[in-house]
Design a protein around this ligand. Structure first.
Ligand code: AMP
Ligand code: ZN
Length: 490
């Protein structure tokens, strides 16, 4: 099998490069969620993206070991090095233990991944289980002379790291001091970061470990270096995450890992980052109070595969505007696709290029050409919009036989993961009518609509818009008529 050379955009160097595995099994590490709250729609993009990458490697016959971490300790509020831990804060707010919080939001996230047909990773290591190894890692950095101690903990001295910031294209002189707001007593450079966050005098953390630098908790960046090396080996091939990580988290992971390994080699060869999902032209973010999640879409009658289709309709390196109109379009497209593909079932197994080629050759029509086009699209930095266009072209092509279409749909879906082989139309069509709602749900909707009418009368457009967004999320479409507003479920 060769086909088209797989090419990926490497953030390290900012160019599209040939991907060549360095081992029989490619190590793939994806930064995972901090499990202190529900994951919103934007948070799901990194995992659908990593899943696409995994499927692409599989298509090329490359075996993968995938690790996705779960951050259940160490992530301070505001991504800073000091202050409260996100999980401890959530536990206090929800009157639950830290363990319960972590478990609850981890399970909710895994359920959303399953609904999105994201293949499970090989391992989901939890940061709290690796603290001893993180301490050993920091001790080694201390021995190598890369650290210094301040009252609030142990810091990594970025001035000792010759390539610091290459991934982020940091201009060292100019940018070292920017990007961070908090003041940390004794910190030498704004880019220096915590390896160990010591307990403040008089404050006892819930999650606390003893270390050579006193009681406390690890810094946020440490876990990914430690867990990836522990589960994938010291060097591995691909590391992924959201584009925010390119600027700080991954920069710091690289600095501490290369210092630790001390072998003059790049730690990880390929760094891939997905762009944002935007809502109202802004990044969907928990800190901005956005909590729209997959469960809300399902509640409003959209199928999770429609959201996957929406995500795949944009290239992973492009920003995507989330709107209900776009979701409606995705739902309608999914519906049409399933209607068209269902009669072709059962689809054969064509999850690798080799399998697809062999099956296509047997059909004697244009299937072989389409399989090559599928291969070209995925090899070109995971061009999923192109893949979707190929699916449509093949379905419309009068020269395609049923057997040929079967092969092309199976091949494309091995990469898209839209469940073209088994999703039923009944599953997709779970639209509700008002009579499906409980009386209190109807009452809540009508209350919101009444509130909106008042807001509009008072010309409070901001509030009216806010209510419309809430109604949107519930799948309620309001129409203003001369007789007042009416509503229906989408
Ligand atoms: P967080 O829990 O905010 O740290 O985010 C978890 C992962 O989701 C990180 O890899 C982020 O880069 C990513 N992420 C957060 N918000 C968005 C968004 N609006 N669109 C795409 N990815 C996001
Ligand atoms: Zn990470």
């Amino acid at each position: 099998m060769t086909g088209h050379q797989l090419r990926l955009y490497n953030s390290l160097g900012r160019q599209t490069e040939d991907f060549t595995p360095s081992a029989d099994v490619v190590g793939l590490y994806s930064c995972g969620p901090t499990v202190y709250a529900y994951q919103h729609l934007g948070n799901m993009r990194p995992y659908v993206f990593a899943d696409t990458l995994r499927r692409a490697l599989g298509w090329k016959g490359i075996a993968v070991r995938h690790v996705v971490n779960i951050t259940d300790v160490g992530h301070a509020v505001a991504d800073s090095d000091t202050g409260e831990d996100k999980l401890e804060l959530a536990a206090a707010k929800e009157l639950r233990s830290v363990e319960e919080i972590a478990e609850f939001y981890t399970q909710d996230w895994l359920a959303a991944l399953d609904a999105l047909n994201v293949q499970r990773a090989d391992v989901y290591p939890r940061a709290s289980a690796y603290v001893e190894q993180m301490i050993e890692f920091a001790v080694r950095l201390e021995e190598l002379g890369y650290t210094y101690q301040v009252p609030s903990g142990l810091y990594f001295d970025t001035s000792k790291s010759p390539g610091y910031g290459t991934l982020a294209l940091l201009d060292l002189a100019g940018q070292r001091e920017t990007g961070r707001v908090e003041h940390v007593e004794g910190r030498k450079l704004g880019s220096d970061f915590a390896l160990w966050r010591a307990e403040e005098p008089g404050v006892r953390r819930i999650m606390r470990w003893n270390s050579p630098w006193g009681w406390g908790a690890p810094g946020w960046h440490l876990e990914c270096s430690v867990m990836s090396m522990s589960l994938l080996g010291e060097h591995f091939d691909i590391h992924t995450g959201g584009v925010d990580h390119r600027e700080l988290h991954h920069v710091n992971e690289i600095a501490q890992s290369e210092a630790f390994l001390d072998d003059g080699r790049p730690w990880v060869r390929y760094w891939l980052h997905n762009e944002w999902v935007l809502l109202d032209a802004q990044k969907i973010a928990k800190s901005a109070g956005h909590t729209l999640r997959l469960a809300d879409l399902v509640e409003a009658g959209y199928h999770p595969m429609a959201y996957r289709l929406f995500l795949l309709g944009g290239h992973y390196r492009s920003q995507l505007d989330f709107t209900m109109t776009a979701m409606d379009a995705a739902q309608a497209t999914l519906r049409r696709l399933i209607t068209r593909v269902a009669p072709l079932r059962p689809l054969p197994n064509a999850s690798t290029l080799d399998e697809a080629r062999e099956l296509a050759d047997g059909t004697g029509d244009k299937a072989a050409l389409y399989v090559e086009a599928v291969d070209a699209a995925i090899a070109s930095d995971l061009a999923t919009p192109k893949l979707l266009a190929i699916v449509q072209d093949a379905l419309r092509d009068p020269e395609m036989s049923v057997d040929g279409l079967r092969v092309v749909m199976a091949a494309a879906d091995a990469l898209l993961g839209l469940r073209l082989g088994d999703l039923s139309l009944a599953d997709v069509d779970q639209r509700r009518t008002p009579s499906d709602l409980a009386p209190q749900e109807v009452a809540a909707i009508e209350r919101l609509i009444a509130e909106r009418t008042v807001a509009r009368k008072e010309r409070n457009w901001a509030r009216a818009d806010e209510i419309r967004d809430e109604l949107d999320a519930l799948g309620v479409q309001v129409t203003d008529t001369a007789a007042g507003p009416t509503w229906q479920l989408r």
